[in-house]
Design a protein around this ligand. Structure first.
Ligand SMILES: [Zn+2]
Length: 457
């Protein structure tokens, strides 16, 4: 007897751009038949005509840090509840742990979602002692970083290098090109959180294009909304369009919010920031301390920044029209940039995918359902070389999400950022039920996926 059938499914077909009603037969983690399934199976799910989509692939994610030798997977559990079955972590230059420890742990004990990983440039720099983020790495430190990339990379095949230039101004173009040369995969991907946002965003994009030309690496621009939806999206997209025409392989990801979240004491809020954004103190929300959940005045802003610079604030400084403008580009995918610290964080970590489907597709009609699903499934699968994921076809992995297109919506907000969404009935990973009725029933079905892009270097 085969494992599972899903009857009355409404399945997206990305080739014909249409939905078709069918049953799906699943066995040993694989989709074995699509059509009319009458045979008995160990389990049956009646999708009741709802959408059965390939599991969402979060191309811009962050892994969970280790707590006392254990991964608690708070971030990954929130992702699973919003339909993510594979997440690409290690973005923005950040890793929390070395690649072998992280991967071995998942191989042993499983994880809420499947994982792919980037190696983070800033993490590598700290690991080899280049801890002054304003200075370039020394020759010896460079050799050490390249050695780590070769040794750990050979074993675990990461997707490439992630850069977080804004957090490590000392990481130069030259350093990055040299590090990229140590990766074995010929079409290595570099995921880039660029050096400066707003008015300097275009300069930052041009720097990344130079690195790509010199290294031959493909580019993934990170959370393009938070870097350019501050009045500069049009010109940023224009520069990217031109570079694509020139032949550079570029894509980007974006989270569907008009606000970012960071420490009030950071350089982000240095003098001149409000003029640059065309915003005021009222656009800043304090998330903790005496003024928790209050909008700033000049006095509150200055007091909190001076006295408690570590407090996170939400900056409603991005323009949602510009976020949507980015999503209209076929090369911009969905990516959550999910980060929670002690349960606190930005609602994007629990709401990104349902929010795009509920708010941008159903409520605003800014994207079609087919376009949105492509940005969450087939496009990131192709980008990451995941030939067995991103589509519902016979022979492919049974990573699936069953949701109601009429009700799906994010519930996480800036006061309750970890709140799971509405409208998702089931999430299946590798053919087994991970989420049922908005509850996690098995949070250890995920595996580590090595990047298959083997090259000649
Ligand atoms: Zn980032």
């Amino acid at each position: 007897m085969k494992d599972l059938k899903i009857v009355n499914a409404n399945i997206p077909c990305f080739e014909t751009k249409s939905f078709k009603q069918a049953d799906i037969l699943v066995d040993h983690g694989t989709i074995v038949k699509i059509g009319s399934v009458s045979e008995d199976t160990a389990n049956t799910i009646d999708a009741g005509g709802k959408i059965v989509s390939p599991g969402f692939i979060d191309i811009h994610a962050h892994e969970d840090p280790v707590h006392a030798g254990q991964y608690k997977f708070f971030n990954a559990n929130r992702e699973l509840l919003m339909g993510v079955t594979t997440k690409v972590a290690g973005n923005c230059g950040i890793n929390y742990d070395n690649l072998p420890d992280f991967c071995e742990n998942i191989e042993k004990g499983g994880s809420p979602t499947n994982y792919m990983m980037f190696m983070g440039q800033n993490y590598l720099r700290e690991r080899v002692g280049a801890s002054d983020r304003y200075r370039p790495a020394t020759k010896a430190q460079m050799e050490h970083m390249k050695q780590i990339i070769r040794e750990e990379g050979r074993q675990w095949s990461p997707a490439g290098l992630s850069c977080g230039f804004e957090y490590a101004p000392g990481a130069t173009e030259e350093e990055t090109i040299e590090l990229l040369s140590a990766f074995a995969n010929e079409d290595c991907l570099m995921s880039v959180h660029y050096r400066e946002d707003s008015e300097n965003g275009v300069k930052s994009i041009e720097e990344v294009l130079r690195i790509s030309r010199a290294s031959g690496c493909r580019v993934q621009f990170s959370h393009i909304g938070s870097c350019s939806a501050l009045g500069y999206m049009k010109e940023s997209l224009l520069v990217i369009d031109k570079a694509i025409e020139e032949g550079i392989d570029i894509m980007a990801d974006c989270y569907p919010y008009a606000a970012f979240c960071t420490g009030i004491g950071t350089a982000v809020f240095d003098e001149g920031c409000f003029e640059k954004w065309g915003k005021t103190y009222e656009d800043i929300l304090v998330t903790a301390g005496t003024y928790k959940n209050q909008r700033c005045t000049k006095e509150i802003f200055e007091k909190v920044r001076r006295e408690t610079p570590d407090i996170n604030v939400v900056a409603f400084v991005m323009n949602e029209e510009e976020v949507i403008e980015a999503y209209r580009k076929p090369y911009v995918m969905a990516g959550s940039d999910s980060i929670f610290v002690n349960g606190g964080g930005h609602p994007r970590g629990a709401g990104t995918f349902p929010r795009i489907l509920g708010r941008y597709v159903r409520q605003q009609g800014a994207l079609t359902l087919m376009e949105a699903l492509e940005k969450m499934t087939i496009l990131p699968a192709k980008r990451m070389g995941l030939a067995s994921k991103g589509e519902i076809k016979e022979g492919l992995d049974a990573d699936l999400v069953i949701f109601d297109e009429n009700t799906i919506i994010d519930k996480a907000d800036f006061e309750n950022p970890a709140e799971p969404p509405d409208g998702i009935d089931f999430v299946l990973i590798n053919g087994q039920i991970a989420v049922k009725g908005q509850k996690i029933v098995n949070g250890r079905l995920g595996t580590y996926i090595k990047s298959k892009k083997e090259g000649k270097k």
